[in-house]
Design a protein around this ligand. Structure first.
Ligand code: CU
Length: 276
């Protein structure tokens, strides 16, 4: 059903306006509020910068695309001034390859340029004096271990794991293991201090996520994966599992307590070892 020239004109105009309105609504949705949660780590500023860059770059392409589409719908409508003209293969290639080249520049050049320094901060060599802590994911909780007063993490053995008595499988026979501090669902950090969290899993894939600290790292069975960050604000922050890991995934949460600068060591010294 084509309708008369007036109906076709009205339809083209309506569609063009709808496309412009969609683009406008998308811009308003992002511009009316800041979607990123408050920031509580130093490298997180770089993560936010990367996210905002991608949003602005792809957003500009999105708007440009919609305006071009709206223009073409109106200009080349049936019976309109532009009329319908088939394009040659050269123009088709240009329109196909142009966006690919543009997206390559946006994603490969821009993201690498802004993101690589952040990557180096998260996965580079930790500075001397960094706080080292182990976090183990298991269905469905986070286990946290500090090496204790001797500063040496003790041996663990999967055969010694007992859900209530020895969740980490600490080897009682290893003197270094006796003073290891083990906590369930509670990670304690020192404000302003570089921290390296070594991540392990007891069962399946998990993902260690501290949204306000912009930390998210997959936890892979068989690997000990370090992730580095420096908390900048004291307080309590949510730890979440960001990888669907089973029926209880939704309740695999914990709390990261960031102590005021200088108070962490006193807290740690007051914690008894698991076998003490
Ligand atoms: Cu999980």
């Amino acid at each position: 059903m084509n309708g008369g020239p007036t109906a076709r004109r009205g339809g083209a105009l309506l569609l063009a306006l709808l496309l412009v309105a969609l683009a406008g609504a998308a811009v308003a949705g992002f511009a009316l509020r800041d979607w990123l949660p408050p920031l509580a780590s130093s490298h997180g500023a770089g993560v936010d910068r990367t996210i905002r860059y991608i949003l602005a770059a792809t957003g500009a392409i999105f708007i440009l695309g919609h305006l071009t589409l709206a223009f073409c719908v109106w200009r080349f409508r049936e019976g309109g001034a532009g009329g319908y003209r088939p394009v040659g293969p050269r123009a088709e290639w240009l329109w196909a390859l142009g966006p690919v080249a543009l997206m390559t520049v946006v994603s490969e050049v821009g993201v690498l340029w802004i993101g690589m320094p952040v990557w180096a901060e998260v996965y580079g060599e930790p500075p001397a004096g960094a706080l080292e802590v182990e976090v183990v994911g298991k269905q469905f909780e986070w286990l946290v271990r500090y090496p204790g007063k001797d500063g040496v993490p003790g041996r663990t053995d999967p055969r010694m794991v007992h859900d209530a008595r020895n969740p980490l499988g600490l080897d009682r026979g290893d003197p270094a293991a006796r003073d290891d501090v083990v906590l369930r669902g509670e990670l304690h950090l020192d404000a302003g201090r570089d921290t390296v969290v070594r991540l392990r899993s007891h069962d399946v894939l998990h993902s260690f996520s501290l949204p306000l600290l912009r930390v998210k790292q997959d936890v892979v069975p068989g690997l000990a994966i370090p992730t580095r960050f420096r908390p900048t604000r004291e307080g309590s922050f949510e730890i979440a599992c960001a990888e669907l890991c089973g029926l209880g995934h939704y309740r695999m949460r914990g709390t990261a307590v960031v102590h005021p600068a200088g108070e962490f060591e006193a807290w740690l010294a007051a914690q008894p070892g698991w076998f003490e």
